[in-house]
Design a protein. Sequence first.
Length: 313
Amino acid sequence: MAALPLLNDLRVPVFCAPMFLVSDPDLVVAACTAGVVGTFNHLNARTAGDFERWMDEITARLDEARRADPQRTVAPFAVNVAVRRAPLEERYDHDLEVIRKHEVPLVISMNGSPRAIAETVHGYGGVLIHDVPSVELARKAVDAGADGLIALCGGAGGHTGTANPFALVPQIRRFFDGPLALAGAVSDGRGIRAAQALGADYAYMGTRFIATQECGVPAAYKELLVSQGTTDVIATDAITGLLANFLRGSIAGAGLDPAALPAPKALFQPAIPEDIKGWRDVWSGGHGVGLIDDIPAVAELVDRLRREYLATS
């Protein structure tokens, strides 16, 4: 395995995953100052100006945390960018330039070939990690310049894979010895240790961090994560036009029938009513919801993960 040198001092080998319309500066900073990698999707900042302000704010808050306590573990943050340019071509180019200007050390790409983004990130000496749901796409990502991979396995919240991690991670390791994270249903320290036992360097955790005090989603969303279980997670392409896991209670709450969702018109073109939007009105969660029983502060959660991780041999 080949962990990233810039992440050598993490308190637990974890990425707080970039969740669309969920991750914001408060969650990113809370994760980084707790000692794990905080991340956000660039489009969570709803305008180009907001994105620049978020970058400045996160950088300033983390720099201040490091100055205030030089002994504290403050992890770096990462920005997530979708490779698919349409329908926000101008925004895509602008945000890549902001990433280049800030020399973000860690960039996460998804949904297509990372080649163009790799050229930008490598141009200033950054590291690019790419989301892959299959062995075939992992090979293509590495060939296109990805420095690291995220194995998107079955049970992941948001846009999900279908492969079992016991198959996907070892097969990727047959040809790739670079940084590798496992995404899919990891909710506790034992899961983090299990990811490493399979061959991953890091766990990529999203759903568990939604149910935290610093996360800015509605309280009803967090309460749903506590009350629902794995059987309430529905994998469907009906909500966004791409396979993703959504919570049964949220689907019903938006006025849709979880048992009779319409097939999408095409990729990224759902057939649900236009006033119902995935992520905004229909909330996502992974199979790890069955292990969520409370809504702690991020620092408390990371402390717990560390204790569980260290206690698992």
